[in-house]
Design a protein around this ligand. Structure first.
Ligand code: CO
Length: 440
């Protein structure tokens, strides 16, 4: 039981230190460097060597790390997850005054969130500033590490139908209170102070609202965890831990860890799963190790991807919303996701490979499909497959309250995924001329 508690505590600590996608990538970079990974830059020439480990970021919000084996490689082994979570992004010139009594911040939705749970709780801001310096501009990450904002509900007395299905208008209802009338014109100076620059030097901002409530372990027997951004930092953290633990160099594949930004808005951006980031990086690894264009395509054909994004557990009050048979339960293992219309990439082949890996790792797995009359969401696997096509399985960890600012998951599942990821990266397997797979 201790191993489950330990991995969950480490996860909650990682989440607390990662209030925005930029902070998550910065923390991932630090962990990679502690394990001897060398940082590469996309606008520089890469000199890669066998047996070495590297990482590269794009937009400071997506990251790919890889380990080149000592042997000749014939495939990539990838696990992809996402760094972003639904939130509210601060707009330009955000201060708005109400009746000369309050200053609120003008925000817009980022991704598809549950609005109601953002009300009546301490919130703050994190993200990045671009600031003027002598010879250009530089990026500064900021986290206003105190209770700064709140979105107050309208009292029941003024909204008698509040409990009968409320609707929320982002522009009217969701703009957080920043202060009273004395806070007027104080927003940029607060940011400037945080970054140690003058207010006039702030030339760009990407700032997101985040929930200040810390993660916790709870339940009658401590069986659950609660916390912000479990979707998808739980998968990011678990697969990173597995990747770092799998220091195997005597394999015939390149192990790749990917965490992409902008999954919550459809992945279409310079750094999302639909961008060229994945393909550019894989091609550069291949070229850097002397492979021809044909050999690159052979390597991709021998590759396998795990797309890791959290899954819906059976809801205690609404079991009717789940598929009649495939009903994931928290703490009961990694969820393999299926969808006939290819929202999830899992097919018989990739499911079979993944189940064999779980057997080798001695971790349980379970299955998820949407109700046949509900469309469900999409994720990274099918989108990245339009850029680099390879065998892929969609998996995740069972959770509740997805896209709330405070979500719920199981205490054991982070460890299960960590363990499965480690075994995946350590295991050499190849594909035969049919759809057979041979473990080596
Ligand atoms: Co997700």
């Amino acid at each position: 039981m201790q191993k489950f508690t330990d991995s969950s505590k480490r996860l909650l600590d990682f989440i607390e230190k990662s209030p925005s996608c930029f902070h998550a990538v910065e923390n991932i970079g630090r962990m990679l460097e502690e394990h001897g990974f060398e940082r590469l830059y996309e606008n520089e020439k890469w000199e890669l060597a066998r047996g070495k480990s590297y990482y590269v970021t794009r937009n400071s919000s997506s990251v790919m790390a890889f380990r080149i084996p000592e042997e000749v490689f014939t495939g990539f082994r990838l696990i992809c997850s996402h760094t972003d979570s639904p939130s509210f992004k601060v707009k330009e010139n955000p201060e708005m005054e109400t009746d000369r009594k309050y200053i609120r911040l003008n925000v817009e939705k980022y991704g598809g969130m549950l609005c109601a749970p953002w009300f009546d709780r301490p919130l703050s801001l994190a993200g990045r500033l671009l600031v003027r310096q002598e010879d250009g501009v530089r990026q500064v990450l900021v986290n206003i590490d105190r209770d700064l904002l709140m979105i107050p509900n309208l009292a029941i007395h003024m909204n008698r139908s509040a409990n009968e299905g409320a609707s929320y208008h982002a522009q009217v209802d969701m703009c957080p209170v920043f202060g009273d009338e004395t806070s007027k014109d104080g927003f940029s100076s607060m940011l400037a102070k945080e970054a140690g620059v003058g207010p006039e030097d702030i030339l760009g901002t990407d700032l997101y609202v985040y929930n200040r409530q810390k993660g916790t372990i709870w339940g009658a027997n401590g069986e659950f965890i609660g916390g912000p951004r479990l979707d998808d930092l739980q998968c990011v953290f678990a697969t990173l831990e597995g990747f770092l633990a799998a220091e195997e160099k005597k394999v015939t594949h390149v192990s790749v860890f990917c965490a992409f930004d902008n999954e919550e808005t459809g992945s279409v951006s310079r750094q999302g799963a639909a961008s060229t980031f994945l393909q550019d990086t894989l091609m550069r690894i291949s070229e850097g190790m002397g492979q021809s264009a044909q050999e690159y395509r052979m390597t991709v054909a021998g590759s396998f991807m795990i797309s890791a994004d959290n899954a819906h557990a059976l809801h205690p009050a609404h079991p009717e919303m789940a598929d009649p048979v495939n009903r994931p339960q928290m703490n009961h293992g990694i969820v393999v996701k299926y969808n006939a219309n290819q929202k999830y990439t899992t097919d018989a082949v990739s499911a079979a490979v993944f189940k064999r890996l779980c057997e080798k790792a001695e971790v349980p797995y379970q299955t998820f499909t949407n109700r046949s009359d509900m469309p469900g969401g999409s994720t990274l696997g099918n989108i990245s497959n339009t850029q680099v096509s390879m065998r892929c399985v969609d998996i995740g960890l069972a959770q509740l309250a997805m896209h709330s600012p405070y979500e719920m998951a199981g205490i054991k599942d982070t460890w299960y995924l960590q363990r499965a990821a480690e075994v995946f990266y350590r295991t050499a397997f190849c594909f035969g001329p049919g759809e057979e797979i041979r473990f080596q």
